[in-house]
Write a protein that binds this ligand. Structure first.
Ligand code: FAD
Length: 414
């Protein structure tokens, strides 16, 4: 959806094909750090429409007692980076982007949206997509934004090297109204991401971890409940739309979890499994007239909260590369190669840091600056820092590399 907005703003005619209708969008929190949020603003997305919660801290809590062990304050975040650290509900974020893509207002031709179209094959040389219902479409460029189990990826010949992660997850939500009604942990609605566990402690595995945050204007508190993979029978990668009983979520060492957090989970709704696999970086993200973005290109463990932000960065790169400032619109294959050149190193670095943060919560962006107080020191260790994520200037990067690749600015550009 972000790619559609970026390309619309760059002056292209965009059609979005989606396998479902939009009534079954996933309800879970998606944090949007400044490296993603800056592009929403650049594109003129009505961010308020996404009902964001503006995050003010990251809190590390003890698994058993809930005692606060460490805290990374975000109260200077907007002053430092020019935009707040947003937390969206995925449904709201989706609606916000859909509106930006299709609204008659704003620059560029509104994108068209075609639902109930399941892509079954792609001809990357001809630029054709065939759907399960028999419809075939042709386009100058095809962007495979079809997520972790991407069909487009398979069709361009990329076979993922992947293995089951040591950790699995259930996603659950708690309504704010239930927190009030049942007098549950009231600081659950604080504008923060709060973590329990994530470290080995006695016999407790490091893979037990809770990530909790409010979203949807504070009406929902969203939980990611992690545990060792052997605690689940679910095997299908990614989200599965299958409600599970609370006993599945509260398995194993959840009996030792901070009772206040247990109470919240016991009052949850929308409990669904989210099975995790670790993917190695793919050999390529493009072939012929086709490229991949987002989870189709670089699926990552969720522990940096950067999957969606990285997808937004991909979108931004495509918008810049196929803008009137460069000559790639007349040479799509060169543009897609250049896109991979720009995006893959940074996305791969985030992917690797997300895998590391599975093993050690101190590798999480934000906490990296606490464990090595100088951000520069953390970066020296190879750790990903807030500074590295937010100081990056993609416009400058693209301009510099395009010049050295000989894809000069168009004559009318400055
Ligand atoms: C539980 C959870 C929590 C997360 N938390 C965060 C977070 O806090 N911060 C963050 O930055 N990221 C987070 N992420 C990651 C983020 O959600 C993903 O990285 C992001 O959604 C990737 O976007 P995408 O468009 O590539 O893929 P998706 O969001 O998976 O979208 C793919 C789309 O393609 C459609 N599709 C799939 N196959 C086909 C087909 N064959 N034909 C047609 N359409 C098809 C799907 O229906 C879907 O609409 C989280 C992910 C999950 C699952």
């Amino acid at each position: 959806m972000a790619t559609a907005v970026a390309l619309r703003r760059a002056g292209h005619k965009v059609s979005i094909y989606e396998r479902r209708d939009f009534k079954v969008e996933v309800g879970a929190s998606i944090s949007c750090a400044a490296n993603g949020g800056q592009w929403l603003r650049e594109w003129g997305v009505d961010i308020k429409r996404g009902k964001p919660v503006e995050l003010m801290k990251l809190v590390m809590r003890d698994w058993d007692t809930g005692k606060i062990l460490n805290q990374y304050d975000l109260d200077h975040y907007e002053a430092d980076w020019g935009i707040p650290y947003y937390m969206f509900h995925r449904v709201d974020m989706h609606e916000m982007l859909l509106e930006a893509a299709t609204s008659p207002d704003g620059p560029g031709e509104p994108c068209s949206v075609v639902v109930d179209h399941i892509c079954s094959s792609v001809d990357y040389e001809k630029g054709e997509v065939t759907f399960e219902n028999g419809n075939v479409i042709k386009a100058d460029v095809i962007i495979g934004a079809d997520g972790i189990r991407s069909v487009v990826r398979r069709e361009i010949g990329v076979i993922p090297q992947m293995k089951s992660a040591n950790q699995t997850c259930y996603r659950v939500n708690v309504r704010r109204s239930d927190i009030d009604k049942f007098n549950l942990m009231h600081d659950a609605v604080d504008p923060a991401i709060q973590f329990w566990g994530g470290f080995p402690k006695g016999e407790l595995s490091r893979y037990y971890k809770i990530v909790m945050s409010p979203c949807s204007g504070g009406d929902i508190v969203s939980f990611y409940c992690f545990m060792p993979t052997e605690m689940t029978n679910h095997t299908q990668e990614g989200f599965v739309f299958a409600e599970v009983p609370v006993s599945d979520v509260m398995a194993g060492d959840y009996s030792r979890l901070d009772p206040k957090c247990q109470d919240l989970i016991k009052h949850s709704i929308d409990r669904m499994p989210w099975r995790l696999y670790v993917h190695q970086p793919y050999p390529t993200w493009h072939n012929g007239k086709v490229c991949l973005v987002g989870d189709a290109a670089h699926p990552m463990m969720p522990h940096q909260s950067q999957g969606a932000c990285t997808a937004i960065e991909d979108a931004a790169a495509l918008g810049l590369i196929f803008s009137k400032d460069y000559d790639f619109t007349t040479n799509v294959e060169a543009g897609l190669k250049f896109y991979e050149h720009i995006r893959k190193p940074r996305a791969t670095r985030v992917q690797a840091a997300s895998a590391r943060a599975t093993e050690n919560l101190n590798e999480r962006i934000g906490f990296t600056s606490l464990t090595a107080p100088e951000a520069a020191l953390a970066a020296k260790d190879g750790k990903l820092t807030v500074n590295e994520m937010n100081e990056y200037d993609m416009k400058e990067h693209v301009a510099k590399e395009a010049k050295s690749y000989g894809h000069l600015f168009n004559a009318e550009s400055p």
